[in-house]
Design a protein around this ligand. Structure first.
Ligand SMILES: *Cc1c(COP(=O)(O)O)cnc(C)c1O
Length: 415
């Protein structure tokens, strides 16, 4: 198998139009867009009949194992605009010890930490930056809790575009340096992610940059939806019963739900789509609160705090789309305190040898809670999402000392 096949082969594309996610108003394709006229996210719609006539799911087998194998369901028209750092298919890692203890047949983690820049943000950014290139955009800007900024920096640099990233004051140093290392201009802002976002919004006029904030442009979600396409393909086009997803801005969850709808329309999957579960940290749980209140939109969460920086998002522009996906899928929203996230991370490492980000560990903590509360059963086939590489986060202190001249070092080592 040639590993560059998806990057060099021209394929037909099927974008029909863009659509306002609230009003359904249509917009012609192949133009630069931010939000719709009513200030809501725009979604890309495809001629799915055309896709179904052109490509069968089996045809994918011959393609290289990366995100661009789903080209007919992606917006980039011209192959030369594809900006790639090797977006590999991510593995489904099972948790046999945990599953055995809980009495479930199989528990799977989709490990997105293997992607370029160590998080699934690469999926959104490889597509969004490729589209920026296709549409002639030269300067990009975004607020980020760390991982999105790192992905933007890497792909923008790769494409020869300028990138500006604004991160909250308390973003871990390693993320800030990673963004700078990948060639972007990065600034700490004394506030939270939505406050950093305000600078980006103001700068569209003053600085002439394009605002790549989550769901404020239509293409990052198209990249993120490939998590859903890939999951379906890896499971032989049979979707799991329940998906636990660590939810910040929610693009991953909304994107996967969009993917499942497209797959159903294409006839590539049959049966009930998965119940989508939005997992948040107790210190920042606007979606969980809105879900419990039966609201269609979420209120901004004040004093947001959690070690899981990727889901520290006090207000999400796609809140109503997340809540809609939870409702339509028969899922729910659930929060877990940081203490349980730390414990879940420790268990996955020490029992399964699996390194997760705190956000990924949160999905396991939430699964345990949901099992205990009867929200899911041991019969359900469950997939947890780990969206980032745990090595990008601080770990608990470790490494006791041994004096190399001490005669009793073996006793210490054994204790
Ligand atoms: C961004 C991020 C999330 C949240 O993803 P959304 O789709 O934006 O809700 C979860 N985990 C990690 C590691 C992230 O970087």
């Amino acid at each position: 198998m040639r590993s560059d096949l998806s990057l060099t082969t021209d394929r037909p594309t099927f974008v029909a139009h863009l659509e306002c996610s609230e009003t359904g108003t249509r917009y012609p394709p192949d133009r630069i867009y931010g939000l719709s006229d009513v200030g809501k996210p725009l979604l890309v719609r495809y001629d799915l009949d055309g896709v179904a006539r052109t490509v069968a799911p089996e045809a994918l087998d011959a393609r290289s194992p990366d995100l661009w194998r789903y080209r007919e369901l992606l917006p980039v028209r011209h192959t030369e605009h594809i900006t790639s750092l090797g977006e590999t298919m991510t593995p489904l890692v099972d948790l046999p010890s945990v599953a055995g203890r809980l009495g479930v047949a199989r528990l799977l983690v989709k490990d997105e930490g293997r992607l370029p820049t160590g998080s699934f943000k690469a999926r959104g950014m490889t597509v969004a930056v490729s589209m920026a290139r296709e549409l002639g955009i030269r300067r990009l800007a975004m607020p980020s809790n760390g991982n999105a900024g790192a992905a933007l920096a890497a792909y923008a640099t790769r494409a020869g575009l300028e990138a500006y990233v604004f991160v909250p004051e308390d973003t871990p140093e390693v993320n800030v340096r990673e963004i700078a290392h990948a060639g972007a201009k990065v600034f700490r802002v004394d506030g939270l992610i939505d406050e950093a976002g305000r600078i980006v919004a103001e700068g569209t006029e003053r600085m002439g940059w394009f605002d790549l904030s989550t769901l404020k442009e239509p293409y990052r979600i198209e990249g993120k939806k490939t998590m859903g396409l890939e999951l379906a393909e890896q499971l032989g086009w049979e979707l799991p019963d329940v998906i636990f997803y660590p939810t910040g801005g929610g693009t991953g969850l909304i994107g996967m739900w969009k993917a499942f709808e497209e797959l159903r329309t294409l006839g590539w999957t049959t049966g009930r789509p998965p119940r989508m579960v939005a997992v948040q940290a107790a210190g920042c749980a606007p979606i969980v609160k809105a879900w419990r209140d039966g609201a269609t939109h979420a209120e901004r969460w004040e004093d947001a705090h959690t070690i899981a920086a990727g889901i520290r998002v006090p207000a999400a522009i796609g809140d109503f789309l997340i809540l809609r996906a939870l409702r339509e899928s028969g899922g729910f929203a659930i929060d877990v305190p940081d203490g349980e996230i730390v414990e879940a991370s420790r268990e996955l490492g020490s029992v399964e040898g699996l390194m997760t980000s705190p956000e990924g560990a949160a999905t396991y903590a939430a699964y345990l809670r949901a099992l205990a509360e009867g929200l899911v059963s041991t019969e359900d086939r469950v997939v947890l999402f780990n969206c980032g590489n745990g090595l990008k986060y601080p770990l608990p202190a470790a490494g006791r000392r041994i004096d190399k001249t001490a005669p009793d070092w073996a006793l210490i080592a054994d204790s």
